[in-house]
Design a protein around this ligand. Structure first.
Ligand SMILES: Cc1cc2nc3c(=O)[nH]c(=O)nc-3n(C[C@H](O)[C@H](O)[C@H](O)COP(=O)(O)OP(=O)(O)OC[C@H]3O[C@@H](n4cnc5c(N)ncnc54)[C@H](O)[C@@H]3O)c2cc1C
Length: 379
């Protein structure tokens, strides 16, 4: 009997894991990949669509195109997970696994910030980002705030990128002089593990007149008075609020016992991504391994787990410990992209090295996306 691997979530992590197993075993493995959605969309494509750089249809990658030997994609919602029995109940039936990989990402909870849904916008969900494509061109003047509402959030550079891209967007439309841009972040610098990247971003903010409000979260919005209330009680007036909602562990994962509560990411062995349940792994944003919540780290953790599964099936040598390394591209606006290479787990503390923004890195980022789509969807 081929080994049965069930992968919950076809995001960055699930797609990479599934591809690696299919490459290794072809039809000699039974992988079921489950996702409630019909298509994959890169996180960075949300910014492209919202700022009018791409149309929605060009950034959708339908799972129906995923034809890999040994892999069956099932579009359905996961309703419960039993990590002891390695059994998953979905709207399309029950799936039993020899090896279960949870890659369900981080859920977003805009309702956790009072006033956000009524009085502001968020750009972290696909629906929120795509809706902003119609809203941003109607913004004429006044204070714009990009505000982080919870401590743990996907893609730490994304709020800074949004402030820089908003600057370009308003400049191109002749609205920049009539507006101000502020960024509210819970860190002291934009990218704490990389002082060089932080310095470059802060310099870009200073050149463009963007205000960086450090060490603060947006706790609530008052839609009537049009003010954002920060953690220390300070109030900031806004005409446009672009929020990064509170992130949480998906409820189905909490209910399974894999995580203790909504803000306790699934504990895993830092070197292997194994949970405390034998034969159950958690990869990507859903785990609490200590790397940022970003696609490149989800992909890196998928590679380690794929190698561990290969070693287990073939009685081979287990992979080297997970190092938590990844390269993030950072949109600087002015048609330039920078890059930060970070290493979270190799040394005593995280380190990062920075590559200055350039047009060459714009092309490299495009190739990064294209290569993943070609690899995962076989195109
Ligand atoms: C604005 C923005 C910009 C970003 N830019 C970058 C970037 O430039 N580089 C980068 O590396 N990362 C970036 N990211 C972060 C990146 O998108 C995520 O970190 C990455 O997708 C995480 O991968 P994952 O596999 O852990 O989870 P996800 O990709 O989120 O996948 C989880 C999957 O699980 C599915 N799912 C959830 N619950 C259920 C359920 N109950 N039943 C069935 N299916 C379910 C979801 O539909 C989803 O497809 C960005 C994110 C945002 C929001």
């Amino acid at each position: 009997m081929p080994v049965r691997v069930v992968v919950l979530g076809a995001g960055f992590g699930g797609l990479e894991l599934t591809t690696a197993l299919s490459e290794e075993f072809g039809k000699d493995i039974q992988v079921v990949l489950i996702d409630k959605g019909a298509e994959f969309i890169f996180g960075f494509s949300k910014l492209d669509v919202m700022f009018g750089r791409q149309v929605p249809d060009t950034v959708r990658h339908p799972y129906r195109d995923l034809l890999k030997p040994g892999v069956r994609f099932v579009q359905t919602t996961v309703r419960s997970i039993d990590p002891v029995a390695r059994q998953t109940v979905t709207d399309a039936g029950t799936f039993d696994a020899d090896i279960l990989v949870v890659a369900l990402g981080a859920d977003l909870d805009p309702a956790a910030t009072p006033g956000l849904t009524e009085g502001g916008h968020e750009f972290y969900t696909v629906a929120g980002a795509f809706a902003l494509r119609e809203v941003l061109p109607t913004f004429e003047s006044g204070p714009a705030i990009v505000g982080v509402c919870g401590k743990s959030f996907k893609c730490p550079p994304a709020p800074s990128e949004t402030a820089l891209l908003l600057h370009d967007f308003l400049t191109d439309r002749g609205r920049r002089k009539a507006s101000s841009i502020s960024l509210v972040m819970p860190f002291g610098t934009p990218i704490p593990p990389s002082p060089d990247t932080s310095q470059a971003i802060l310099k870009a903010f200073a050149e463009r007149g963007i205000t960086f409000v450090k060490d603060q979260l947006v706790k609530s919005l008052d839609p009537v008075r049009k003010v954002a209330v920060l953690g220390d009680g300070a109030e900031m007036p806004y005409a446009l609020f672009l929020g990064i909602p509170v992130h949480r562990v998906p409820q189905v994962v909490v209910d399974s016992g894999l995580a203790a509560h909504a803000h306790d990411w699934v504990p895993v062995n830092k070197q292997t991504l194994a949970t405390k349940f034998p034969g159950v792994y958690a990869i990507g944003d859903v785990n609490g391994v200590g790397t940022p919540k970003a696609g490149v780290f989800a992909e890196g953790s998928a590679k380690i787990v794929a190698a561990a599964i290969v070693a287990q099936i073939k009685n081979g040598t287990p992979p080297e410990p997970y190092k938590g390394q990844g390269s993030c591209y950072v949109e600087f606006g002015h048609n330039q992209v920078g890059r930060v290479d970070v290493d979270f787990l190799s040394g005593p503390k995280p380190t990062g090295t920075f590559q200055e923004p350039s047009a060459a890195l714009v092309a490299e980022k495009a190739r990064f996306g294209q290569s993943r789509i070609a690899r995962w969807f076989g195109r």
